[in-house]
Design a protein around this ligand. Sequence first.
Ligand SMILES: Nc1ncnc2c1ncn2[C@@H]1O[C@H](COP(=O)(O)OP(=O)(O)OP(=O)(O)O)[C@@H](O)[C@H]1O
Ligand SMILES: [Mg+2]
Length: 180
Amino acid sequence: MRELALHILDIAENSVKANAKLVTVEILVDDNLLTIRISDDGKGMSEEFLTRVTDPFTTTRTTRKVGMGIPLLKQAAETGGGTFDIKSQVGVGTVVTTTFQLDDIDRMPLGDIAETATTLLYPNCDFKWIYKVGDREFVFDTREVKEELEGIPIDSPEIIAFLKSMLKENIESINGGIII
Ligand SMILES: Nc1ncnc2c1ncn2[C@@H]1O[C@H](COP(=O)(O)OP(=O)(O)OP(=O)(O)O)[C@@H](O)[C@H]1O
Ligand SMILES: [Mg+2]
């Protein structure tokens, strides 16, 4: 994978599959540290399952025997001068936190967050995106968007296109010219 945004997509899809009602994605840049945290209120994992979840052969998929989402993010974090942590509790939810050194030459670029965020629009699962660079912050909450939409599906093509360009603009303005 070439972009952290695609790893975020994978991890957040795990949350959706775990029947989360709300997934919070935080992307925080502070000096030389990039922190990405994905939290959900889905079904969670047992302690025993959690100890082997970073192993590619741990999966509850029925279509194939390997699950790569978590192992690949762990590997990306560790090669990008960073850290990986996962916490989970059955019936409560899961939190995946990774950090990266911004200036590490092996760190993947953040990539297209607007694309990832608009791929993750669902009628029955909400997302809260918190994008923060230094003290500039942008929050995108699908619960608020749905309220404004008054019944129009959030995953309809026109809404997706509108939200994608809105997110792009906001992210660029928060970045203030730097490429993360
Ligand atoms: N947020 C989560 N909540 C509950 N269970 C999870 C969560 N994330 C991962 N899991 C469990 O851990 C397993 C491994 O996840 P991982 O993303 O590594 O692989 P996968 O989702 O099975 O397959 P892939 O990501 O390659 O499509 C999943 O099959 C699922 O059972
Ligand atoms: Mg997965």
